[in-house]
Each structure stands twice: as C-alpha cells, then as structure tokens.
Design a protein around this ligand. Sequence first.
Ligand SMILES: Nc1ncnc2c1ncn2[C@@H]1O[C@H](COP(=O)(O)OP(=O)(O)OP(=O)(O)O)[C@@H](O)[C@H]1O
Ligand SMILES: [Mg+2]
Length: 272
Amino acid sequence: MTDPAIPPPAIHVEDVTLTFGGGTPVRALQDVSLRVEPGQFVSLVGPSGCGKSTLLRILAGLARPQRGEAAIEGISAMGRPGLAAFMPQRDLLLPWRRAVANAALGAELAGVPAAEARAEARRLLPQFGLEGFERAWPAQLSGGMRQRLALLRTCLLPRDVMLLDEPFGALDAITRREMQQWLQAVWQEHRRTVLLVTHDVEEALVLSDVVFVMSPRPGRIVHRVEVPLPRPRTSDDTATTDFAARKAQLLRALETAGNTAPVGIASATPPA
Ligand SMILES: Nc1ncnc2c1ncn2[C@@H]1O[C@H](COP(=O)(O)OP(=O)(O)OP(=O)(O)O)[C@@H](O)[C@H]1O
Ligand SMILES: [Mg+2]
C-alpha cells in the first residue's frame, strides 16, 4: 500500500527493458530501476550507446519499453508526453520561429499565455548569453547558442521535473562552467528535480547529489556514487582532494561498468 501522506518519487523507473526492433534487434536497456526523490539532482553517466537517451525518452513519454514501468510524480509516463520538462540531445528548435518564440514554445504548449511566456524568455535571454539575439532565427545561431536556447526553453516549462540530455555538450569550457553554475543556482532556488545525462564526470560531481553509472549496452545501472559535498559548489571545489577522490571512484566505476553486477533499485535516497 502506498501512504497518501508520503509524496511519490519524482522519478520512478522499475524493471525497464527495451529492445529496438529491425533487422538485428538491439537491446538498449535491461531491467533498469531507478528512483529519484523530489528536489534531488541526479546524473546519469555511461558509455556511448548504453541507453541513456532512451531512458530519458521513456520518462518523457516518447518511447515505450517492452517491460517495466516509468512514472513522473506517481503518474505513468507510458505514452504520456509532457509530465516532465525534457531537453533532448538534439536541440529541435523550430527553424521558422525566432529565438524568443522558440524559447517560449514549450511553455506556450503547456498553457502559459504566449505574451507571458515570451516576456519571461526575453528577461532570461541575457543569462543564457543570448542578449541581442531575441529576433535571430535558429540558423543564425552557433551550435552552443542553439543549445543554450533549447535549455532556456526547457527551463521555462512549468514542470517540477527536468530531464536534461547532455545540455552542455556543445559549449566551450568557460560557457559550460557558467551554465553549470546557473543551473545549480536555479535548482537551489526552485528545488526542481533534475535528471541529467552527461559524459563529463566533473560536471556530474559538481552538480549532483547522486551519480548513477550505467554499463555498456544493454544499459543497466551498476554503480551509485553519492556526492555529499557542501553547496553551492564551484569549479574551485574540483581542486580539493575530496573531490579528486570521488572523481577517481567514479572513473573507476565507469571503467569496470562492463563487468559489474547491477545494483537493485538505484535509489537516490541513502538507505536508512
Ligand atoms: N530509434 C532507434 N532505433 C533503433 N535503435 C536505436 C534507436 N535509438 C537508439 N537506438 C540504439 O539503442 C542504443 C542506445 O542508444 P541511446 O541513444 O539511448 O544511447 P546513449 O547512451 O544516449 O548514447 P550517447 O552517449 O552516444 O548519446 C544504441 O545502440 C542505439 O544504436
Ligand atoms: Mg544519448
């Protein structure tokens, strides 16, 4: 029985297995279970092709596993897009909408009045390094600028859970650090739940409460690394011995992910 007084997990994945069909079937995910409590910041790292994007797409209601369940805030995400704010790995900006209109798109579709959504987008553009580009078309923006615009669009969605698929992949090191700090500040202020996919181990450690490590395909969750370092964290913290030890632990976990048994339910709450 679930206790109605206890809020459901923000993100709950149970025994998810997904195989892509076609000439040669590809098993992308195998018995993945994962639990993230409201307000937590969790990262997912793992080798390329291990099923990270597939898992996020399932939670975004855009892909359906053959087995298992995925839910956002206690509501099944199966075939139900829009429960969480999702930033896909490819930016999917609409070429015929200017920057502000692209940024406001998700919020508008979620029911926020267009004028309000666009005013908020305009207000935040400078924080995303896009000042002066309000009226630019996506084709006039660099790869990194497009990525920041897509992140802004995701942040403007009125949702408590954010699913971010490599949001900083195309950014230079300095901009990347700025955006990480910005995301951390937003998260601390509003306490949204974030599930972030990244290839950058340092980024995962700077931002997360917990980092989950996935095995090579078929993806399973094989490690759970806690990051109890005080916040706010900055890039200066990466120079500490404590941080270096955790980074080494995480890199080791990634190296051995191929021959490690999966953890039971990967839970972002430490066991009592
Ligand atoms: N629509 C699809 N049809 C068939 N196979 C797919 C499809 N999408 C993904 N795959 C396969 O499923 C596996 C997992 O892909 P996925 O994109 O989830 O990996 P990923 O961990 O996000 O990788 P990366 O780190 O490179 O982004 C890969 O082998 C990929 O080729
Ligand atoms: Mg991916």
